[in-house]
Design a protein around this ligand. Sequence first.
Ligand code: PGA
Length: 251
Amino acid sequence: MRQPIIAGNWKMYKTAAEAVEFVRDLKPLAGGAKHCEIVICPPYTSLEVLAPELAGTGISLGAQNMYWEAEGAYTGEVSPGMLLAAGCKYVILGHSERREYFGESDETVNRKLKAALTNGLVPIFCVGEKLAEREAGTTTQVVRRQVTGGLAGIAPADAARMVIAYEPVWAIGTGRTASSEDAEEVISFIRGVVEELFGPETAAEVRIQYGGSVKPGNAPELMGMPNIDGALVGGASLDPVSFAQIVNYQA
Ligand code: PGA
């Protein structure tokens, strides 16, 4: 059985003090949830301060990006080992905003995925089509290319323990959610691509989230779909009450 995983992607929001306040508010509302795993992915500057706040709550910590090298002259970058030392279990990689604004490609995302896995971090690997691609009917082609390129050269056992997030770009921050049927269709297609690449066992194990305008109101229906194993939540993860409502969904 795949345990659903709900991760909050805070993007470039909240100072360290605001992050601590959020977690103190969230703990009584969502700490101890058993039906799903909960992850918070704040900016780098809040990681160290949140790790002790989250200890013993069952809520895990994740980063939003990293570089693939262990160390070196790479001004502004952060390594996998640094994230581990800061208390991270997860790292979001290949988010569409990274691809769009920071020039990330399937190839660089692949290098990051390999570095994360080698260092014992669990990647949350994001894929998803843009609006023009959906309208042109190329969703499955685009998603297949991203999944195949991102996972090139990765061992089946590593692929099985990572998380994939399907986030149609047109649904991110727009209030426009994919219908649960559309999300289920693409996510089951992605599981099929994982099966082609790594075999049925890996495909049955890998967790695939949906992301894009997930809110307390649409979470139960999305989470009720057989292939959707949780959510990657942006805007609605910034408020402890709405994030707790999502996490406490009743599918
Ligand atoms: P959203 O963002 O929930 O605000 O649409 C999701 C994401 O970008 O991960």
